[in-house]
Design a protein around this ligand. Structure first.
Ligand code: MG
Length: 217
């Protein structure tokens, strides 16, 4: 963070899965369910947080599952079906709502820049009754990628403020790399899909959780 406080930025953009939404546990359960269907043994949470990343095929590789295009397509659909049927079991991370509220009260605009498919993103934000916090909800057009790089410039350019005045808050190395590629400040919360040790070397601010993030407000 180049600015001292979060409230010094003129726009805060959020990653959704793993950052605001506490869904790492569900993603792991769904992944293990897909693995079990193919006869592959499960992985535990530390292993998941050690291997999760971009591209998403790397996770299947870590489970020794096939990643040829057809196998990947079938696994992705099974995974998404499992996830979607249980997505309402997740909640926001502790403290996430508080910082959304504080930014809203300070009239600092917020948006979501996510790799979650656009229609699912719109539906879940509605379901969690958070729509009033966000001016833009930007999701992917496919369930088969977790990359955001191809959409980053379009999303951040649409916010109507200089890139210097935007803070992007995520939970993965990919989030930091996408922000850094545009010169946008990034803060990572290490309570999501990747272990803190993977986030530390990136040269961006890393916080343990929302309690620590709120102290930067
Ligand atoms: Mg995420």
């Amino acid at each position: 963070m180049r600015k001292e406080r979060i409230r010094d930025y003129r726009h805060v953009s959020w990653d959704w899965n793993g950052t605001l939404l506490n869904d790492t546990w569900l993603c792991l359960e769904c992944l293990n369910a897909v693995a079990a269907q193919g006869g592959y043994p499960p992985i535990d949470l530390p292993r998941y947080r050690a291997v999760y990343g971009f591209p998403v095929q790397s996770i299947y590789e870590a489970l020794n599952m096939p990643t040829d295009p057809e196998s990947f397509r079938i696994s992705s659909i099974a995974y998404m079906d499992a996830y979607e049927s249980r997505r309402s079991e997740c909640g926001l991370h502790a403290g996430a709502k508080e910082i959304l509220d504080r930014l809203h009260a300070a009239q600092i605009p917020q948006s979501i820049f996510s790799a979650y498919p656009q229609d699912f993103l719109e539906a879940i934000v509605r379901e969690y009754q958070l729509g009033h916090f966000f001016g833009q909800l930007s999701g992917n057009d496919s369930i088969f990628t977790n990359s955001k790089a191809h959409r980053a410039r379009a999303h951040f350019s649409s916010l109507g403020v200089s890139f210097d005045d935007i803070l992007y808050c995520g939970d993965t190395t990919h989030d930091a790399e996408v922000a850094q590629s545009l010169g946008i400040d990034c803060v990572l919360v290490a309570s999501g899909h990747q272990a803190r040790e993977r986030l530390e070397p990136l040269g961006v601010k890393v916080v343990a959780d929302f309690a620590e993030l709120i102290r930067l407000f």
